[in-house]
Design a protein around this ligand. Structure first.
Ligand code: GTP
Ligand code: MG
Length: 197
């Protein structure tokens, strides 16, 4: 897929205020600082589209970006940020879960996982919840440029193995880097294929 245009549409903290669900939508979710906003910028070839930060917790709202005037990419706030208070964590959970369950044009959730780490409970639990709720998702391993391919592959293997304790098969996965754009073409192709259905 060629990205011809990528524009910011809106930031929302309420599910009932989101853009009309008239176009296919793809959400990016994962731990704080995993690289959601950076990957969105790499995919769209626009460094300034989604706001990135070294400090976890940068993205606080549901941000919609319109791509090629045909579909939406959605940048979601990260989960698992230790410094967030219990009450705001609970509010996040409620808001995001409502979004994931109610958004009728949501085609696929991309769950971003840091490829440098062994499987983390919070990511596995989130995937389990998506599976249980029948929300379609794929796995996106990030920051591949930070270590060897062998290390990334080992962590991906462990993550998939952990998921197989719950699921009969694992969803498709991508190894990506926002720095080198590794995996970006493959991810866009996957979106293209779903859009074409
Ligand atoms: P929140 O919005 O806080 O949940 O974070 P996020 O998941 O959107 O992460 P963000 O894209 O802001 O990136 C966090 C940090 O990781 C930034 O310092 C990025 O430059 C860095 N980063 C993200 N992706 C990559 C990558 O592929 N490679 C490298 N080397 N650094 C990355
Ligand atoms: Mg972000």
């Amino acid at each position: 897929m060629i990205i011809k245009s990528a524009t910011f549409v809106s930031s929302n903290n309420r599910v009932d205020k989101l853009p009309a669900p008239a176009l296919p939508e793809y959400a990016f979710i994962g731990r704080s600082n995993v690289g959601k906003s950076s990957l969105i910028n790499a995919l769209t070839g626009n460094r300034h589209l989604a706001k990135t930060s070294q400090t976890p917790g940068k993205t606080q709202l549901i941000n919609h970006f319109l791509i090629n005037e045909e579909w939406y990419i959605v940048d979601l706030p990260g989960y698992g940020f230790a410094k967030v208070s219990k009450s705001s964590r609970a509010a996040w959970e409620k808001f995001i879960r409502r979004y994931l369950l109610l958004r009728e044009n949501l085609q696929c959730v991309f769950v971003l996982i840091d490829s440098r780490h062994e499987p983390q409970k919070i990511d596995l639990d989130f995937c389990y919840w998506l599976g249980e709720q029948r929300v379609p998702f794929m796995l996106v391993f990030t920051k591949a440029d930070k270590q060897s391919q062998a290390q990334s592959d080992a962590n991906i293997g462990k993550f998939r193995k952990a998921l197989l304790q719950w699921f009969e098969e694992t969803p498709p996965h991508f190894l990506t880097s926002a720095e080198s754009r590794l995996g970006c073409a493959e991810l866009l192709t996957a979106i293209d294929e779903i859009n074409a259905k």
